[in-house]
Ligand binder design. Structure first.
Ligand code: IFM
Length: 462
């Protein structure tokens, strides 16, 4: 299984890493002055998260981080991507800073550096302080300002030791799953609110980049979950549906970030983003589109899209999503435990298409997440022989190498995830880790995929 000839070979200096996020692994939700976040509120609301799961304890990483850093060192990664919990640093969203929160991340960073691992910090992986949501959340511009202040505090403390910074993780999820579909915190189902959230997240990103630059960080970027949308058939209607899906999921972010403009009204979608919204201000596009050192991309699967002209629009959502298309199951593909199709070639195609669209305006790319949830079982020998995850990782790393060979400037790859963890509305039922976590005992067991990834990294250095 671990013969080196089976491994794709990456250029010298290519960064291999593993990723996690604060609410998904830390636990210690009420410890050392941490304030409540929107995910505490959401997960404690009956019926919203599978099995009533919450992040109260999660992987108890807050206490067990030395063990987790030891796992990373043994894995041989160059870099570890973690996120900082805003409500640990500024428990009320504004006002006093909590020194114990800063200390926790300083200890984690020091532990990583001592293990020879470069820290990569995400500033916002969805755990907004509840106090800010109570004042309007991402619907209001004030939240973007508070985000910049929090960023300045954290960067002022850690910029000397953390070279790579990510402002936002997957703002599409924050804006649309959070404020339109209601499947993520804060669970709102609004039209205009979601559009305002999308815009204010981008403004917050721009203000945070300014704060990171002022603190002298080496690399600043943002992470997007970009979709590879495929037409269900070759019909003109399905191809038009793909344009609508691309506009809503991808271009709404990449156009302002990389091309300094809002997306066009292709297929009459997102009209509201084009015509003047009162939450927009002069200068916003310049702020949002300032140069980045890298673009983070999270990729998991393609989405097959079909025209759905007769779908009844949901009045609450009609200004936020164009639901004149539907997702279709991809016949013939293996599906993961998330029911996501496994199509590594789509990964190559997504990256090549991005390069074709943006050319030299596309900054170097880091794949900040890629991985799969599988139906893992513990074997009688105590091991987890997660063959499907190994095949997924092998396929996607090979597809990534094909994108490099096609001329896409990709500098790094972070597997999602180091640990099994709290998979948002799915709770603990979905396992993405290359290390199994027994949630009763908190015992960590490296799976076969961990050993495979370790051998793959080691093979690069032969
Ligand atoms: O677990 C999430 C992560 O928080 C964000 N990107 C997708 C992952 C898998 O769903």
């Amino acid at each position: 299984m671990t013969e080196s000839r089976a491994f794709p070979r990456f250029p010298a200096g290519f960064v291999f890493g593993a990723a996690t996020a604060s609410y998904q692994i830390e636990g210690a939700a009420r410890e050392d002055g941490r304030g409540p976040s929107i995910w505490d509120t959401y997960s404690h609301t009956p019926g919203l998260v599978a099995n009533g799961d919450t992040g109260d304890i999660a992987c108890d990483h807050y206490h067990r981080y030395p063990e987790d850093v030891a796992l990373l060192r043994e894995l041989g990664v160059d870099s570890y991507r973690f996120s900082i919990a805003w409500p640990r640093i500024v428990p009320d969203g504004s006002g006093p800073v909590n020194p114990k929160g800063l200390d926790f991340y300083a200890r984690l960073v020091d532990e990583l550096l001592a293990a020879g691992i470069e820290p990569a910090a995400t500033l916002y992986h969805w755990d907004l302080p509840q106090a800010l949501e109570d004042r309007g959340g991402w619907r209001v511009r004030e939240t973007a300002e508070r985000f910049a202040e929090y960023t300045a505090v954290v960067a002022g403390h850690l910029a000397d030791r953390v070279p790579r910074w990510i402002t936002l993780n997957e703002p599409w999820c924050s804006a649309f799953l959070g404020y339109s579909v209601g499947r993520h915190a804060p669970g709102a189902r609004e039209g205009r609110g979601a559009l305002a959230a999308a815009h204010h997240l981008l403004v917050g990103h721009g203000r945070a980049v300014e704060a990171l630059r002022a603190a002298g960080v080496r690399e600043a970027g943002i992470t997007l979950n970009l979709d590879r949308n495929l037409p269900a058939t070759g019909s003109a209607a399905d191809r038009a549906a793909v344009v609508r899906a691309d506009t809503q999921h991808n271009l709404v972010w990449t156009e302002p970030l990389l091309a300094g403009r809002y997306p066009h009204t292709e297929e009459e979608t997102w009209g509201e983003l084009i015509t003047g919204q009162d939450f927009r201000r002069d200068g916003d596009l310049a702020l949002i589109g300032q140069p980045l050192d890298f673009l983070g991309i999270n990729y998991y699967r393609p989405i097959v899209v079909a025209d759905a002209p007769h779908r009844e629009p949901d009045p609450a959502l009609r200004t936020a999503t164009d639901n004149r298309y539907a997702e279709v199951r991809l016949a013939g593909a293996r599906h993961t435990a998330m029911d996501w199709p496994v199509v590594p070639d789509s990964f190559t195609d997504l990256l090549v298409a991005l390069k074709e669209r943006y050319g030299d305006a596309l900054p170097p790319i880091h794949i900040t997440e890629n991985g799969s949830a599988e139906h893992d079982e513990v074997s009688p020998d105590g091991a987890v022989h997660d063959r499907d995850r190994v095949a997924y990782l092998r396929g996607h790393l090979t597809a990534l190498k094909a994108a490099l060979d096609a001329g896409v400037d990709v500098r790094g790859y972070y597997v999602w995830s180091l640990l099994d963890n709290f998979e948002w509305a799915f709770g603990y039922g979905k396992r993405f880790g290359i290390v199994r976590v027994d949630y009763d005992t908190q015992r960590r067991t490296p799976k076969d995929s961990y050993h495979w990834y370790r051998a793959m990294i080691a093979a690069q250095r032969d």
